[in-house]
Design a binder for this molecule. Structure first.
Ligand SMILES: [Ca+2]
Ligand SMILES: [Ca+2]
Ligand SMILES: [Ca+2]
Length: 214
């Protein structure tokens, strides 16, 4: 179970606020948070920039992964299913140079949640294979180049099966180039650029994703 659109728990809302601001919620954010009741705070690395939710350790309880641009690592918080979290054991995993975006999905079909990270100033997409215990290792062939030209300025990273072959694909946004890159997955953690990738209209990518929801 993965996703970025199902954050309905107070602790998850707090994690979003921490990731977005770092210095604590504003009065407006505090009013919004009050809609969900008291919040809990969990330590992350330096400059957490994005969060994703998935069952990292296969216990059917949602966990949170925060990507930390400042400390260039990820914080994995294992959920207990009742709204509390504990840090995953072991060293924090390194996610590339100043990674600021994260997406979760099973890219090799082994039932374990895997991870992709992107950096603001790089076209490289790092892919990491999950082992079901909170640990990740780089996938063969990682990182993948999402765009071979232009100045990197990545502001979006998402998994979706855009061609309906059952293998997760990757989409990234190229802010400076007014384009979207699409990397087709082979179901074994490998990715290659889709025809026309880097010049696709955003509505085309979104339309394909909507037709094949996961
Ligand atoms: Ca879990
Ligand atoms: Ca996997
Ligand atoms: Ca696919």
């Amino acid at each position: 179970m993965t996703g970025k659109g199902t954050l309905c728990y107070p602790v998850l809302w707090t994690a979003i606020l921490l990731a977005a601001g770092g210095a604590g919620p504003s009065p407006r954010e505090q009013r919004q948070a009050s809609l969900f009741g008291p919040s809990l705070h969990f330590a992350a690395g330096r400059q957490p920039s994005d969060v994703a939710v998935g069952d990292i350790n296969n216990d059917r309880r949602l966990d949170i992964v925060a990507i930390n641009a400042g400390s260039e690592d990820a914080t994995i918080l294992l959920g207990d299913g009742r709204g509390s979290f504990r840090a995953a054991p072991g060293p924090r995993f390194v996610g590339g140079s100043k990674p600021h975006l994260i997406a979760l999905g099973d890219v090799n079909g082994d039932g374990q949640v895997d991870m992709a990270t992107a950096s603001h100033d790089s076209h490289d997409i790092h892919v990491f294979l999950g082992h079901g215990d909170g640990s990740f290792t780089p996938a063969p062939g990682s990182p993948v180049d999402a765009l071979s030209t232009g100045r990197p300025h990545n502001h979006g990273l998402v998994f979706a099966d855009v061609n309906g072959d059952g293998a997760l694909d990757l989409g990234t946004s190229n802010n400076n180039d007014n384009s979207v890159s699409v990397l087709l997955g082979d179901g074994r953690s490998g990715f290659r650029a889709a025809p026309g990738s880097g010049a696709l209209a955003i509505r085309r990518l979104l339309g394909a994703a909507e037709q094949k929801p996961r």
